[in-house]
Write a protein that binds this ligand. Structure first.
Ligand code: FAD
Ligand code: UDP
Length: 397
């Protein structure tokens, strides 16, 4: 077999592994992807009528405080100085999101300073004082009090997850900051920006190496193709970034995922909503948010009489749907644990990425995790100092 490593999946995790192994060790790396484009969920393309860059799988905002990742990604692209801000439309009124002093004062028709606002929220979250909430419902109320939770979080979360917030892990909501200032930046990270010439140019540069062979429209479970699971077994090491349960034929049961449906529309106006993302936290609106892509690149010369919007709908993934977000209920976590012995026992196969570890990973986390897997597992193996230790990204992080 004329390859030294097979990487399943050309998302950020797979491409980081491929790039490192090709560049550092001159290995022949074959990257396969069942989709007809590279880049996994970070892929973007220009909408043909308007030339506006559309993130095919929902808005992707790059942000990180990890210096190692920041240095690495800057090898492939420069970043704009875009800073993400989100607004939310509740009962016919638009508020800044995440919840900050502006949201609090608008909602309560007040002019509290930071200390007064803190005191109010403390009072409104008293029911969870000195507890350590482990589910999204209790954590949400403990952070912002019941009235704000019910207006902005409860129904949005119900639409997005279709799971009782009491059954969702607290971490989902912990991602959103709550601020007692008027700062309404969505992210807290040191570095933030969008790739100057788009995500796909960035992803293509990562794969652009004479030793990297990318094969699209190629499913790892299709034995009619050269690099399928059964054909490569025992022949060549594999880094697998597809769904973990699928790899083992769902032997311990299916993990639950959320999928998204996107409804795209070109509108004859230069600006539809005045901002890049508007959330809809009320139940009478079926979608969770509307993305308007021109606002991600105010520096670009986009048409002034047309815009592209995308409404995002969320639902449980059925078989055949793209798995986007791990739901991570208690049963899911038990199932994932049940897969661990098989993961450890699978010789010469490493599992990584959002699907391969069943973990919510932002782009910088997927890249950081791949860099760690390269350093801790692949480098020693290909430098000839250690046998390949099978397992999953995160085992030794
Ligand atoms: P993926 O990008 O999912 O790549 C996995 C690849 O494996 C896919 O291309 C898939 O086709 C391929 N594959 C799966 N099974 C097989 C098979 N059997 N055979 C061959 N190929 C296979 N991150 C941020 O940092 N900021 C954001 O704003 C942000 N927004 C997001 C919004 C949405 C809606 C989603 C879904 C994700 C968002 N992310 C964001 C996360 C980001 O997409 C991920 O961090 C990143 O895509 C992870 O890369 P990955 O390589 O692990 O997985
Ligand atoms: N969330 C919410 N209301 C909002 C925005 C977010 O309730 O207006 C909750 C929701 O449960 C969501 C979580 O916060 O899943 C994390 O939000 P984020 O914007 O990070 O979600 P993502 O962009 O990853 O879908």
């Amino acid at each position: 077999m004329n390859t030294d490593l097979v990487v399943v999946g050309s998302g950020f995790f797979g491409l980081t592994i491929a790039e490192r192994c090709a560049r550092e060790f001159g290995l022949n790396v074959t990257v396969i992807d069942r989709r007809s484009h590279i880049g996994g969920n970070a892929y973007s393309e220009n909408e043909p009528q308007t030339g506006i860059e559309v993130h095919r799988y929902g808005s992707h905002l790059f942000h990180t405080s990890n210096e190692r990742v920041w240095e690495y990604v800057n090898r492939f692209t420069a970043f704009t100085n875009y800073q993400h801000k989100v607004y939310t439309s509740h009962k016919g009124e638009v508020y800044p999101m995440p919840i900050n002093l502006g949201t609090i004062n608008q909602f309560f028709r007040s002019s509290y300073g930071p200390d007064e606002a803190r005191a109010l929220i403390r009072e409104q979250s008293a029911e969870f004082a000195s507890t350590n909430p482990e589910n999204l419902n209790d954590k949400g109320i403990s952070l912002i009090g019941r009235p704000l939770y019910e207006a902005f979080i409860k129904n949005y979360t119900a639409k997005q997850w279709q799971t009782d917030p009491k059954d969702l892990p607290a971490e989902i909501i912990s991602r959103l900051p709550v601020r007692y200032t008027y700062d309404n930046r969505y992210f807290n990270d040191t570095h933030e920006g969008l790739p100057v010439d788009g995500y796909t140019a960035w992803l293509e540069r990562m794969a652009d190496h004479p030793k990297i062979d990318v094969r699209l429209d190629t499913d790892f479970f299709d034995d009619s193709q050269e690099f399928s699971k059964n054909n490569v077994a025992g022949q060549v090491p594999v880094v697998y970034t597809g769904p973990i349960d699928r790899y083992f034929d769902f032997s311990e049961g299916e993990l639950s995922w959320r999928t998204l449906d996107f409804e795209e529309e070109v509108l004859p106006t230069g600006d539809f909503q005045g901002t890049s993302v508007m959330n809809y936290p009320d139940l009478d609106v079926p979608y969770t948010r509307i993305h308007e892509f021109r606002h991600f690149h105010p520096e670009r010369d986009y048409p002034r009489d047309a815009t592209v919007i995308m409404r995002e709908f969320s639902r449980f993934a059925q078989s055949g749907d793209e798995p986007y977000y791990p739901i991570n209920t208690t049963e899911d976590r038990e199932r994932l644990l049940a897969y661990r012995p098989a993961i450890k026992a699978e010789k010469d196969v490493l599992f990584g990425g959002r699907l391969g570890t069943y973990k919510y990973l932002d782009m910088h986390m997927a890249i950081g995790s791949a860099l760690t897997m390269f350093e801790n597992k692949l480098r020693p193996h290909f430098a000839g100092t250690a046998a390949l230790q099978s397992g999953s990204a995160g085992d030794d992080e």
